[in-house]
Design a protein around this ligand. Structure first.
Ligand SMILES: NC(=O)c1ccc[n+]([C@@H]2O[C@H](COP(=O)([O-])OP(=O)(O)OC[C@H]3O[C@@H](n4cnc5c(N)ncnc54)[C@H](OP(=O)(O)O)[C@@H]3O)[C@@H](O)[C@H]2O)c1
Length: 252
């Protein structure tokens, strides 16, 4: 089966590095025009847009700021004409032990919720309204294994934000399916990126590998093919689902 995304415009948040970068590149190789969103790493985002090809382009927005999220969606629609798929990938994981003082712990919690969930909601709301005017569209939300099994106590906010994404995605699937809008969740386990490296530096590679069935860490490229399939429309009857890509964490 050949998957051809020609003619599809796809916005990927947090595509300057890690999972988002690998996904953007593979979407481009499959024919899509990709809006490569970034926060700080402009040069890397430009590089990914070039690799993706098909007149893909980089777009900056700080996801700590809700007005920037709305502007991002508008800017992509202005540049590309329309958006067919939104991939909510950008995310942060802040180590936040209970021993931090009240103010710091609450700030970590709120920042995590802002970037991982509120920014996702603001962007998705704009996308739903856009999709309603264009006979449909697709969402792919990059959640985490942590949504289902929790995380270490230092990452409670992260796990909670990722669980919220799952309920959010299912609500979109329920609420807008009859308008041609579908919504999926990918729940990765440890994946070799800067984010995972922070965790491995703290807990060690053995800790990361002891919970998986395979003998190696998942690479960002291991997630991309499933995301290309979901973006294509060939899997629309899986709307509302979560796909675990976690090297067999649940069977180990
Ligand atoms: N890696 C894992 O083990 C793992 C496991 C499960 C789920 N996930 C999820 O997968 C997604 C991607 O993770 P990753 O490991 O690829 O992360 P990463 O390597 O740390 O990259 C994060 C991306 O998000 C962007 N970003 C972060 N905060 C931002 C902000 N405030 N405003 C704008 N952009 C922002 C970064 O942009 P700039 O660099 O340009 O600022 C970067 O492109 C996340 O949602 C993460 O929770 C990851």
């Amino acid at each position: 089966m050949e998957i051809n995304l020609q003619g599809k415009n796809i916005l990927v948040t947090g595509a300057s590095r890690g999972i988002g970068a690998a996904v953007a590149e593979q979407l481009g190789k499959s024919g899509a025009r990709v809006a490569v969103h970034y926060g700080k790493n402009e040069a890397k985002a430009q590089e990914i847009a070039e690799k993706a090809g098909n007149a893909s382009a980089a777009f900056q927005a700080d996801l700590n700021n809700n007005a920037s999220c709305s502007d991002l969606f508008k800017k992509v629609v202005q540049a590309f004409g329309k958006v067919d798929v939104l991939i909510n990938n950008a995310g942060i994981a802040i180590q936040s032990p209970l021993e931090k003082n009240d103010q710091e712990w609450i700030e970590d919690w709120e920042k995590t919720m802002q970037v991982n969930m509120t920014a996702t909601a603001v962007l998705s709301r704009a996308a739903i309204q856009h999709f309603q005017q264009n006979q449909g569209g697709r969402f792919i939300h990059i959640s985490s294994r942590a949504a289902f099994r929790g995380d270490t106590a230092d990452y409670m906010a992260y796990a909670a934000s990722k669980a919220a994404m799952v309920a959010f995605s299912r609500s979109i699937a329920r609420g807008y399916g009859k308008q041609g809008i579908t919504s999926f969740v990918i729940a990765p386990g440890f994946t070799a990126t800067d984010m995972a490296q922070d965790f491995i530096d703290e807990y060690g590679m053995d800790y990361a590998l002891q919970g998986v069935a395979l003998d190696r860490l998942t690479q960002p490229q291991d997630l991309a093919p499933t995301i290309v399939l979901l973006a294509s429309g060939l899997a629309d009857h899986a709307t509302g689902c979560t796909i675990d890509i976690n090297a067999g964490s649940y069977v180990h």
